[in-house]
Design a binder for this molecule. Structure first.
Ligand SMILES: [Zn+2]
Length: 209
């Protein structure tokens, strides 16, 4: 079982300003704050376009979805485990995800593959996908997200090894700056048995069609 305060603490530490707004005005206050700021941005870009009146509200609602990971509680997502004699690799591959780059606030779109070697304990496969989303739905660096997913799986499963492989297109690379469409960033995390003898098997399995 995950220690909730540990995960909540990590999240809250970086959210002090948000929390003050939420405490003061409630969750709608945070919405209002986002809408107000988006209105200011639109004012700089296209100040005379009356068609955009409802855009700040739409953006604020979209942000609820894009950044829902800050409110996610890992101990709620991963609350049920099952006993198992399974002692070989368990892999959920091709988990599509969308995230947002914390440097440019533009999309990161990619695929994650996660695997582990159980230590008498397994978790529902859909929970693996939900854990990926929990970290993807935040402002992210792909490198950090990869480690966060790996360490979380290790903690909740006490697994004999964990592997995470993520490849993703970053819109800040494909749609601005160097504009390299199709370039993908690959990040990997291996621990325990996956760091040693099972790494190649994990990589072979995720590359099979
Ligand atoms: Zn970026």
């Amino acid at each position: 079982m995950v220690d909730t305060p540990l995960f909540r603490g990590k999240i809250l530490a970086s959210r002090t300003a948000d929390d003050i707004i939420v405490q003061k005005y409630g969750i709608n206050g945070k919405h209002m704050e986002i809408e107000m700021n988006i209105r200011a941005i639109i004012g700089e870009i296209d100040p005379n376009n009356g068609e955009l009146a409802k855009t700040p509200e739409r953006v604020a609602k979209s942000y609820d979805e894009f950044f829902s990971g800050y409110n996610a509680d890992i101990s709620q997502i991963a609350s049920t485990f099952y006993d198992s004699k399974m002692d070989d690799l368990v892999i959920l591959k091709n988990i599509s995800f969308e995230s947002h780059c914390e440097h440019h606030l533009v999309p990161i779109v990619g695929v994650a593959h996660v695997g582990y070697v159980p230590n008498r304990k397994i978790i529902g496969a859909s929970k693996l996908a939900r854990i990926v989303d929990c970290f993807a739905h935040r402002l992210q660096l792909q490198e950090r997200m990869t480690i966060e997913i790996g360490e979380t799986l290790e903690t909740i499963l006490n697994a004999r090894g964990v592997g995470v492989y993520i490849e993703a297109e970053h819109f800040c690379i494909s749609h601005r700056g160097v504009k390299k469409q199709g370039a993908k960033l690959v990040t990997r995390y291996f621990s325990g048995a996956l760091k040693d003898n099972l790494r190649q098997e994990f990589l072979a399995t995720i590359s099979e069609k």
